[in-house]
Design a protein around this ligand. Structure first.
Ligand SMILES: [Ca+2]
Ligand SMILES: [Ca+2]
Length: 315
């Protein structure tokens, strides 16, 4: 009953937003039709789908703005944003919206902060890449450090004293020469430009990383691989990670101190000093709109705090 109510709440909000957008769209389309009589039906449908998809992102942001229960946990019935909407009929088409919490992932851009390597993020990534059995983990991280840091000095591994990174010189000889970015990644696909990040490796690591927000990790949404990567001492074993996941599937964590309920997790005092939180700022909203043959998909990354749009792409 509760879920049904929440679903109708989400649908109602969607309808409100979409209807507002559609009225703007109708005016726009009437104008477009006047100035260009050659508009084909397909073009019109694609344009409608474009605006609907963008409206879907706006609706997603509206839903996130309404969330104020003090914790963020996907699949929890109290979390309206996590319900999403599938193939909801709007005007002559359909709209689907999903909202994904990215707060349980490791922030790749935080690997370099104010020009310097952040050793905490570096060791989390090392452990994550070990978990994923990526044999080139060290080289990948070195290349990513140089991609992100503002200088042109190739990263030297502080222990082995080996030059391991890749600045612009390493990219000029390839089939598609690029300049080293020397700045933060704007979207995840940009990783494919960084030396060593093959499409296979990209696919492996994509579900565990994000590009925005702080260093905190939401214990309510982090996958086991991320939980295990967070701390070496005390170690978070697979058993501990699975116990955390089992516990949160029954009741979400309302404060990091509740990790004390996990018997498999020793050294809690140390853990609580650093990575864990029970809320998320960063979310991905995906909206797909279909109007007859026209299909458009919008992907956005937003910061819930302050309703900030961090990234938007409409295909
Ligand atoms: Ca929440
Ligand atoms: Ca650099």
């Amino acid at each position: 009953m509760r879920i049904l109510r929440q679903q109708s709440g989400m649908v109602l909000l969607l309808v409100l937003v979409v209807v507002t957008l559609l009225s703007a769209l109708v005016i726009e389309l009437a104008f477009s039709t006047l100035v260009d009589l050659r508009l084909t039906e397909t073009f019109r449908d694609t344009s409608r789908a474009y605006y609907l998809a963008k409206g879907g992102v706006r609706a997603g942001r509206g839903i996130l703005r309404m969330d104020s229960n003090g914790y963020d946990a996907p699949n929890d019935p109290a979390e309206l944003w996590s319900l999403g909407v599938a193939q909801y009929p709007v005007a002559e088409g359909y709209l689907s919206v999903t909202i994904e919490d990215l707060g349980g992932r490791i922030n790749l851009n935080a690997l370099v902060s104010a020009g310097n390597v952040n050793p905490v993020i570096k060791s989390r990534l090392m452990r994550l890449f070990d978990e994923l059995a990526l044999s080139t983990g060290e080289e990948l991280i070195a290349a990513l450090i140089d991609w992100l840091d503002p200088d042109d000095r190739v990263y030297v591994d502080p222990e082995g004293r080996r030059a391991m990174g890749a600045e612009t010189g390493a990219y000029l000889g390839g089939e598609k020469p690029v300049r080293c970015k020397n700045g933060p990644l704007d979207n995840l696909e940009e990783l494919l430009l960084v030396r060593g990040f093959t499409p296979e490796i990209f696919k492996e690591i994509a579900p565990f990383v994000r590009l925005h927000g702080n260093d905190k990790i939401n214990v309510n949404s982090a996958p086991a691989e991320v939980l295990m990567a967070l701390s070496e001492d005390p170690e978070i074993t697979r058993d501990a990670a699975e116990a955390i996941i089992e516990r949160r599937s029954e009741t979400p964590f309302k404060s990091p101190a509740e990790l004390g309920w996990i018997n498999e997790l020793p050294g809690l005092a140390n853990l609580l000093r650093e990575p864990f939180t029970v809320t998320s700022d960063i979310y991905r909203i995906e909206a797909t709109a279909t109007v007859n043959d026209g299909v458009r998909r919008a992907e956005a990354v937003v910061n819930k705090t302050g309703d900030q749009l961090l990234y938007l792409k409409v295909d």
